[in-house]
Write a protein that binds this ligand. Structure first.
Ligand code: UDX
Length: 453
């Protein structure tokens, strides 16, 4: 049985640890936070991820997975050490590497046998080479080691599935043999494996996330234009998606991207470009469009309420940055709630699982136990997160409970016609808008249609 140490018991680290244990390896999870390790030993997880608790407990019982705060214990006899610590954004959008450095240093100080250090955290291009320097600097005696970059592409909410069914494994290293050993670890996953140099592997992660974020900002820009012209962006995306060069995925217009990855990764890539004297104009536009989504949602609701939000009761359906997670990092709900409060609205919210986390970030809003109590007496509701339970609400009951039947559907989960038929004042994102009063295409100056013949 191969022994693997995984450093950092956050999202990526826990999923990686549980996943490799489930594939039959002996895995030790390391974290410097004692409380976290104590809880994990009791089978309690610091994060919510479908299926993860069960997988962690099952592998602990089978003796394949354990947790410790001691690097020495974790690295003793380990062939691989995966670094999966956080890389939060710094003041200028750059990735803060202090946890990566601390992990590399602790690995160097505690390793007693040859080791392959595999970096999973999303780190700026060049970090792998720097980690090599850090380890060399802090090693007490020269024990051979190699550094391999193996970026993760996990989505929250389906991270275990993504771990077990990756679209590709990207490995980067100057040590081909080490990269091939890491490739072997991944063989049971039967995914295409690409081995390249370390900087290219690091770049693949950033470029992939930046491209996906670009798709989202692109469709959101198209949504804005659809609103002005009376077209339906949802149908536009379907029509575009049939072209295999475009593809149907990641073309959902809405309140924009949030979460722990896209905002910070696009910022970090743009920062790196600027520092190196390049002008990342597309990335900057992607971020700007994304921020505008949140302001725009508030603008639309203000319009729908007749021009002012003051003293109006606005309910947020959903708070998490996306469904099936309690993660509030960079969630659009945070900015939307704050903008609404700034304009004098009374803000309330309901989310199936993110309310506990939200309370810490947004203590100034009111929380309700279900969508119906949220709707009672509200002047407007905003669909912020597309939880499945919102798709199956008793909308007649919701309408009867509301003071004014205004719904701004920030995730396009309802059908505009159905909503109009039910008597709602309804707007989606890029849909549910009437065509402009003047039926002529914008810019057309002809007074009369040209006479036929
Ligand atoms: C993402 C990447 O998908 C993953 O590969 C990477 O490792 C980490 O970042 P995640 O942040 O978990 O994963 O969420 P994802 O499901 O990709 O959604 C990201 C954000 O984009 C969400 O806020 C979501 O609401 C938004 N989004 C996604 C859209 O607005 N429109 C879309 O069409 C798709």
């Amino acid at each position: 049985m191969r022994k693997i140490a995984v450093i950092g018991m956050g999202y990526v680290g826990l999923v990686t640890a549980a996943g490799f244990a489930d594939l039959g390896n002996r895995v030790v999870g390391v974290d410097i936070v004692e409380e976290k390790i104590a809880q994990l030993r009791e089978g309690k997880l610091p994060i919510y991820e479908p299926g993860l608790e069960e997988m962690v407990c099952r592998n602990m019982q089978a003796g394949r997975l354990s947790f410790t705060t001691s690097y020495a214990e974790a690295l003793d006899g380990a062939e691989f050490a995966f670094i999966a610590v956080g890389t939060p954004p710094g003041a200028n959008g750059e990735a803060d590497l202090r946890y990566v450095e601390a992990a590399a240093r602790s690995i160097a100080e505690n390793m007693r046998n040859p080791l392959i250090v595999v970096n999973k955290s999303t780190v700026p291009v060049g970090t792998g080479d720097w980690v090599t320097q850090v380890i060399k600097k802090y090693q007490k005696e020269p024990i051979p080691f190699a550094v391999v970059s193996c970026p993760e592409f996990l989505r929250e909410g389906s991270a275990l599935y993504d771990f077990m069914h990756p679209h590709r494994i990207v490995l980067g290293s100057s040590d081909r043999e080490a990269a091939e050993k890491v490739a072997q670890l991944h063989l049971p996953l039967r995914a295409p494996i690409m081995i390249t140099d370390i900087r290219t592997a690091e770049m693949i992660k950033y470029a992939s996330n930046a491209f996906l974020a670009t798709k989202i900002s692109f469709i959101n820009e198209i949504a804005n234009i659809c609103e002005a012209l009376g077209a339906d962006v949802k149908e536009v995306a379907v029509g575009m998606g049939y072209d295999p060069r475009i593809g149907p995925h990641f073309l959902e217009a809405g309140l924009g991207f949030g979460g722990s990855c896209f905002p910070k990764d696009v910022q970090a890539l743009a920062y790196a470009a600027r520092v190196m004297g390049r002008h990342p104009q597309l990335l900057e536009a992607v971020l700007e469009i994304n921020q505008d989504r949140r302001r725009m949602a508030v603008e639309r609701v203000r319009e729908m309420l007749g021009g002012s939000l003051r003293n109006h009761v606005v309910g947020l359906l959903g708070l998490a940055f996306k469904p099936n997670t309690d993660d509030m990092r960079e969630a659009p709900s945070i900015d939307i709630a704050r903008y609404l409060l700034e304009e004098g609205a009374h803000v309330r919210a309901y989310d199936p699982i993110a309310m506990e986390n939200a309370r810490r970030i947004l203590p100034e809003i009111e929380y309700f136990p279900d969508p119906y109590s949220l709707a009672e007496g509200a002047d407007a509701l905003i669909v912020v997160t597309e939880w499945n339970e919102f798709k199956h609400l008793d909308l007649k009951r919701i309408k009867a409970l509301m003071r004014r039947p205004v719904i701004y559907d920030g995730r396009n989960i309802y059908d505009p016609q159905t909503m109009f038929d039910l008597g709602f004042i309804y707007r989606g994102v890029g849909r549910g808008y009437p065509p402009p009063a003047d039926p002529r295409p914008p810019g057309l100056t002809m007074e009369e249609p040209a006479a036929l013949g």
